[in-house]
Design a binder for this molecule. Structure first.
Ligand SMILES: [Fe+2]
Ligand SMILES: [Fe+2]
Length: 276
């Protein structure tokens, strides 16, 4: 097992995005319905997902109490995820205000993922799943900070996602290090990867499709509306740049999240945004 040279203790930052006053258009990502809803789709998963991550890690809190450094990182991670969840939930009100109905989807997602799946899986698998989902979010975060595709997004959503991205990088190895402490077996880590890939992939597709179908029902010609905006990422790019890349890295027996050296990228963004 690797250890980060100097693991960061994540620090939660409070940011007020004032969504209601921001004048966010329905298709806020380069005017593209597909790109907008790919991002809205994953946004819908964050609040309940992030609270699940925190529950999954805190289920082992008594086993890491003797390690104050790891405990401090766990507390910082939980604080950051709590604030992310809250900020993304505030944005749901904007979606509803734009005429999208997202609450029925959130209800089904909650029932399937947290009232059923969370109850029938083991504590260890939930922790391993969380470590793998944090690995995927760290890759998405790195992509967002390096590829600059969010330059095409409405500034408020860009600020939301880049703040979230930078903090995801700060705490990317916390759940992983707790997993290594509890059970470092490769097979458990792989089971977590399978769990993460299946759940993130299917709910993300479902959320995106649900929003696109609502647009189509309102008469938006999705093909015509989307054809002009080639610069923003679509599903195919995410399959390759998030899932395939993530799986390939995670399969390595000696993988550690801090092997992907992107902390400077996060620090640079936070500095530039006045959040350091
Ligand atoms: Fe988060
Ligand atoms: Fe996270």
């Amino acid at each position: 097992m690797h250890a980060a040279p100097q693991p960061i203790v994540p620090r939660p930052r409070k940011v007020d995005f004032a969504f209601a006053e921001a004048g966010i258009p329905r298709h806020w990502f380069g005017g593209s319905p597909v790109a907008t809803h790919v991002f809205n789709g994953v946004n819908l998963l964050f609040p309940l997902g992030e609270r699940f991550f925190v529950r999954s890690v805190y289920a082992f809190i008594h086993e890491i109490e003797q390690d104050p450094a790891l405990l401090a990182r766990v507390r910082g991670f939980a604080g950051q995820e709590g604030r992310h969840a809250h900020a993304h939930e505030e944005y749901f009100e904007i979606l509803e205000g734009q005429g999208y109905s997202v609450k029925p989807f959130l209800k089904v997602y909650e029932k399937v993922a947290y009232e059923w799946l969370e109850k029938v899986t083991s504590k260890k698998l939930r922790l391993a799943g969380t470590a793998a989902l944090e690995h995927y979010t760290a890759i998405m975060a790195e992509n967002a900070l390096t590829e600059r595709y969010l330059d095409h997004a409405h500034p408020t959503l860009r600020a939301l996602m880049l703040w979230h991205a930078a903090e995801e990088i700060e705490h990317k190895s916390v759940a992983f290090d707790v997993l290594q402490r509890i059970d470092p077996s490769w097979s458990l880590r792989m089971a977590g990867l399978a769990f993460a890939t299946a759940t993130l992939g299917s709910f993300w597709i479902a959320g995106t499709a649900m929003l696109l179908l609502q647009d189509r029902a309102k008469g938006v010609d999705l093909r015509a509306a989307d054809a002009k905006f080639a610069a923003v990422p679509r599903g195919e790019g995410i399959g390759r740049k998030v899932f395939l890349r993530g799986i390939r890295a995670y399969l390595r027996r000696d993988f550690h999240p801090d092997d992907m050296d992107n902390h400077a990228l996060a620090a640079q963004y936070l500095q530039g945004a006045g959040l350091a």
